[in-house]
Design a protein around this ligand. Structure first.
Ligand code: A3P
Length: 319
């Protein structure tokens, strides 16, 4: 019932992930290849594309699910036919084949062959997103999350993940995150680029914390943005499909069911997806989990960083 991804997996980099700088942004070479980044400069978007763009761990998968359900007008049977990873291909990330006889094209070339309307995931900072996306005025749903929870979520996601650098301790990760050295670079540049575009008619800027506070309102907002209106019944159906608990239990929305994810599924017991390690993708889905990870001085340092980097922008977070 869940996606069997057969021989496809990112290469095992023996614990060492090669990071390179692409226009000032650290990227993982085997996944976001330099040739892909070059090709994306002239990659053609479509006017009816919907992009879900985020800094990693800001609520990408959640937002993708809402968008998927909205553009299928709440037809969840249709939504559940395909795994989120295939419904929302990851623009800049190439899936490698572990077998030499299968040549997997870069994802953007696979996307080229998809029928409209396409929903596309990207973590690219604004200056690396293909310029044609804004030129064509494709729709962008951008999600930001308070940087403290973002850091904690990213730390757990990185742990044991063969596509990301490994950190010995949370403190080491925290230092790199605050220095803008984690993959995809400084969260503040990422956020601010899209924040400045928030009044463009093709851009919807959301915050994870508001999605948590009012999921139904968020579904309505995304629906309105994509020009769909729903009856209360359909809205409630989409909301129920997109709760943390239901997404965690659903093999088509829980990335742990992908065999190439480091969290590989150990078993599926009724609706319980049991990943092989203790850090499932659908981890806690909470606001404020940082409080059980940050030391007092880390909290002070992060507050100072937020003040410094977001000063005068109008972008604020409840955290
Ligand atoms: P935590 O690690 O804090 O639990 P992304 O999809 O950008 O990688 O973000 C993953 C984060 O979003 C994880 O955060 C995950 O649990 C959370 N998440 C995913 N779906 C969610 C949902 N329906 N409701 C709340 N949080 C969700």
């Amino acid at each position: 019932m869940f996606l069997q991804s057969g021989g496809f997996r990112p290469p095992a980099p023996n614990g060492k992930v090669k990071i390179y700088e692409c226009e000032g942004v650290p990227l993982a070479e085997h996944c976001m290849q330099p040739s892909t980044m070059e090709a994306l400069k002239t990659w053609q978007a479509r006017q009816d594309d919907v992009f879900v763009v985020t800094y990693p761990k800001a609520g990408t998968t959640w937002t993708q699910e809402i968008v998927s359900a909205v553009i299928r007008k709440g037809d969840l049977e249709q939504v559940n036919k395909t795994h989120t990873y295939l419904r929302n291909p990851f623009l800049e990330a190439t899936i490698f084949s572990s077998t030499k006889d299968i040549d997997v094209p870069p994802t953007h070339e696979i996307i080229d062959k998809m029928k409209s309307p396409r929903t596309i995931k990207s973590h690219l900072p604004g200056h690396l997103l293909p310029p044609d996306v804004m030129e064509k005025k494709s729709r962008i749903v951008y999600v930001a999350r308070n940087p403290k929870d973002l850091a904690v979520s990213y730390y757990y996601f990185s742990m044991g993940n063969p596509t990301l650098p490994q950190y010995d301790t949370w403190n080491d990760f925290f230092d790199d995150f605050c220095a803008g050295k984690t993959v995809y670079g400084p969260w503040w540049n990422h956020y601010l680029y899209y924040w400045k575009l928030r009044h463009e008619p093709n851009v919807l800027f959301l915050k994870f914390e508001n999605m948590k506070k009012d999921l139904k309102g968020t579904v309505e907002r995304i629906g309105h943005f994509l020009e769909y209106t729903f009856s209360d019944d359909v809205l409630d159906r989409i909301v129920s499909h997109c709760t943390f608990e239901n997404m965690k239990a659903n093999p088509m929305t829980n990335p742990d069911t992908l065999r190439f994810m480091k969290t590989n599924v150990e078993s599926i017991d009724n609706n319980n997806i049991i990943p092989k390690d203790s850090h499932p993708f659908m981890r806690k889905g909470k606001v404020g989990d940082w409080k059980s990870h940050f030391t007092v001085s880390q909290n002070e340092a992060m507050d100072a960083l937020i003040r410094e980097k977001l000063a005068g922008s109008g972008l604020v977070f409840e955290c």
